[in-house]
Design a protein around this ligand. Sequence first.
Ligand code: DGL
Length: 263
Amino acid sequence: MDNRPIGVLDSGLGGLTVLKKVIKKLPNESTIFIGDQAHMPYGDRSEKEIIDLTMASVDFLLKKDVKVIIFGCNTATAVAMPIIQKQVPVQLIGVIQSGALAASRETKNKKVAVLGTTVTTESHAYQREVKGRNPEIEVKEYAQPLWAPLVETDPDEKEKLAVVRKGIEEIKDQDFDTLILGCTHYPLLMDEIKANLDPSKQILDPADQVAQYTYNVLKRDNMLAQGKAEHEYFTTATNTEKFNKLAQKWMEDSSIQSKHVDD
Ligand code: DGL
């Protein structure tokens, strides 16, 4: 048994889509979330910047004595996780490995598409991870640099639909049968993505597999918690009210009150 919290990080609010599934799968686990909204989006930054910024969030979580850290951010998983893992004493859990595993199991026609940030798609991390499991699967990656920043503005339906429709236009006639949402902000655009995509194509949110994998790791290492779970939220943004409003809506928990943390 280990009652220390699970740490979850992201550049912004997207990581909440991962956190939500982790809390559902692991209701006894306490969690600490940090969203680095002061530096969001990560998806257009240099590798060095992403590594340094992610390291700051990892350090913050380590000071809170977390037992594992989930990178609820594909961009940070793609470029920072392999480097940071060598420097820290706790296990890091990324989203890309889980997304790739799920896609390689699910695709029937062996054609997978990935939507992600510019950094994630240019890193070809999904391609490597999927092909590492099955080299016959074809993986095409498409950058949607506008989508994550859009989500952070809490746009109305009309705005969301317009931006998503434009992005999906490029891929909708491709013959993949499985689409990976390779950015943790994108599940917050799920309705708009579905509305624009042929329903025969399945949409995959890596967070489901991340939650399962986290459970497997904690069980394997005898680190599952017992007792009452507590959830803490931190943001590097100065406007915690904005974070609270969106987090309360997406997590369906009106008690969420975040704290500001200096970057
Ligand atoms: N949510 C992050 C991801 O999964 C990135 C968004 C960003 O900061 O560009 O890649």
